[in-house]
Write a protein that binds this ligand. Sequence first.
Ligand code: SF4
Length: 329
Amino acid sequence: MQARLFDSLTKTCNLCARRCVIPNGKRGFCNVRENVSGNLLTLTYGKVTACGLDPVEKKPLYHFLPGTGTVSVSSFGCNFTCLHCQNHTLSQEFRRDAVWAEPEDIVNAALQSKAQSISFTYNEPTVFYEFMYDVSRLAKSAGLKTAVITNGYMTEEAVCDISPYMDAFRIDLKAFSDSFYKTVCGGARLEPVLDAVKLVSGLKKHLELVTLIIPGMNDSKDEISSMLSWEIENLGVFVPHHFTAFTPMYEMRDRRAAGHADVDAVFRMAKDAGLYYPYVGNVMHAEGSTTYCPECGERLILRAGYVCRMPGVKDGCCAKCGRKIEGIF
Ligand code: SF4
């Protein structure tokens, strides 16, 4: 399958911010896009490693069709090589055992399972962009919503190209330092991620952020404070931001897990800074699992694990004061 967003004159893949120049017979950094006689081919099209029904809260997406099911779809490959990747068997291996599927198969699976959306997830969806694109187009015509769970390294061209068919972007803001992206994520950079986040926000797409808190690596007061200042200045205060607790894994098994106190400290900073929808993940945290009305403080959505109840929401608004709640309900 011919890849999108390839400049055949300069042999540059313009899908992600790495903008790999790929000579004939070679592959890009992600190892799943190959220049064959001057044509860039995607090696992941239709190659599916997972397709199953999940609660949308698992993504995590808290303001996107809360309480509904989403069909999660993945392939393999990644444009990052994160040392703490929880899906490294998908992201860092060329999976010859992936199962062939047509876009229709994914959409039919979603319709049959009564899901309201399809989520592209587990490995970085940017590197199976063409398949995501075709599935999303078909999903929209079938009345389904779509969400991409991404590291945010897509170029402006890629975000704009797919945005007509994508309802929600859940983007990892892994840290607020270039050195973290460089040393932990395989020589990546922070700025392209911030650019993509701003672009998605400007396009008025539904946006949620996730920051995995790794004690001693990305949670200093200065770094979190800078992240929150940037967020409020560029996105405002209404973007749901999930602060989740790190568990040692893959090549970072030597580091300690984040506990309740670690994520609670960041959650308090986010609240104090003025974010309306900060959340906590991977540890029990009643306040950090609840959505409150920004206007009257009413408890709108209560969550326990992936189970969610919405006693305070009526037609996407606060049932008490009538304020519209940001998101897709
Ligand atoms: S998608 Fe792959 S080939 Fe294209 S620029 Fe990114 S890492 Fe390079």
